[in-house]
Design a protein around this ligand. Structure first.
Ligand SMILES: Cc1cc2nc3c(=O)[nH]c(=O)nc-3n(C[C@H](O)[C@H](O)[C@H](O)COP(=O)(O)O)c2cc1C
Length: 355
């Protein structure tokens, strides 16, 4: 069963999706209340809560919250932000019907993926063996500064782990000030000789996005056809990528600008200059992604411009000296994205350590 995502407003959804913890209130048959803090994920209008396998005195189905839900499915979930600056206070309260989704259901597998994508800690817990609580929202209420960025990821390591690629956004505008703050972070990236060989183009207008999508689509169609892909598949993939561009509230095109770099007479060193510039573009991009995350925004990365730089320059009428490399999409995630790829353990990545 799916619920109507429209129960929550875009502002409420954006706030809820950012929160790492919420409070779940249940009540037994006699109406006696019970509330606990919970980790949760939200997608397709449903809130999911895992029953983890931490050693507890009772099996998951004997937990008070679960017994209450079985006796009385009416629940409330509340996610809130507290700050000493009371102009930042906010909460979203969701009233709904809760049920247990059993491990064999498709919805269960999807919920486990979502929860593991949001909380890496679940990767090492056997949550797939227990039912998942699903809350189907019926009503929502909210108050306060929902739109303020969260100050709850003050440590860079938290942001590094919390950031994730988002490919579907809410239809909710991003303020130009926030976009500038994201690019402000990008411009502090390390670069070869400190020359900052990157330039950014910001696209928010529907007509400009369409021009860009059309230009890149043309090239992609030709490439996919060259790969021998079936016409229907080609068209479906093109439409998906076009929608991704049109539906993202903001596109930031990252371009290389190599004119300020050192010039060498030999090819090897010249290539090295360009490689360093590309490396630093990656650093600028990561700064932007982390800043976006800390500012309460979500972001995604699209490599498409790399494969048709001239088309992109033409579509946006940019200086031909610019070399488009990537597009960052910015906006507010419509829900928690499906589980991201697992990250290799450090043992596999560190190939040499003396001592
Ligand atoms: C150079 C580069 C190019 C990428 N290109 C794309 C892309 O074209 N489309 C896309 O959906 N994601 C793209 N990504 C995002 C990766 O798929 C994503 O970072 C990866 O799956 C890990 O997920 P996470 O970012 O959520 O941790 C790209 C990432 C990088 C660094």
């Amino acid at each position: 069963m799916r619920t109507d995502p429209a129960v929550l407003s875009p502002e409420e959804t954006a706030f809820l999706v950012r929160q790492r913890v919420a409070r779940l209130a249940t009540a037994d048959e006699a109406g006696r209340p019970h509330a606990i803090p919970v980790c949760f994920a939200y997608a397709s209008g449903t809130i999911y809560i895992a029953l983890d396998e931490k050693p507890k005195d009772v099996p998951p189905t004997r937990l008070k919250r679960v017994r209450n839900i079985l006796e009385n499915p009416n629940v409330v979930l509340i996610a809130d932000r507290y700050a000493e600056d009371w102009s930042l206070l906010a909460y979203v309260m969701v009233r709904g019907q809760a049920e247990l989704v059993e491990p064999r259901a498709d919805e269960h597998a999807a919920a486990v993926r979502l929860l593991r994508g949001k909380y890496h800690q679940y990767e090492r817990m056997r949550i797939e063996e227990n039912p998942v609580i699903a809350i189907r929202p019926e009503k929502s209420a909210s108050w306060g500064a929902l739109d303020e960025p969260d100050a709850q990821h003050p440590h860079v390591l938290d942001s590094v782990r919390g950031r994730r690629s988002v490919r579907r956004y809410l239809d909710k505008e991003v303020s130009p000030d926030l976009v500038d703050r994201v690019l402000e972070a990008a411009r502090w990236a390390p670069s070869p000789h400190g020359r900052q060989p990157w330039r950014f183009a910001i696209v928010t207008e529907g007509a400009t996005k369409e021009r860009l999508a059309d230009a890149m689509g043309e090239e992609w169609r030709a490439n996919l056809q060259m790969d021998g892909q079936e016409r229907e598949v080609v068209e479906r993939r093109l439409e998906g990528s076009r929608r991704r561009l049109l539906d993202a509230p903001v596109l930031v095109l990252l371009c290389l600008y190599l004119e300020d770099l050192d010039a060498y007479p030999d090819e090897t060193r010249q290539e090295g200059e360009t490689t360093m510039a590309v490396q630093s573009l990656g650093a600028a991009a990561q700064n932007a992604l982390l800043a976006a995350y800390e500012l309460g925004l979500d972001a995604g990365w699209m490599c498409a411009p790399l494969f048709c730089p001239e088309k992109v320059v033409g579509a946006l009428e940019l200086d031909p000296k610019l070399v488009p490399h990537a597009l960052l999409t910015l906006g507010y995630a419509e829900g928690d994205p499906p589980k991201r790829r697992t990250h290799k353990p450090l043992d596999e990545l560190v190939v040499f350590r003396d001592g």
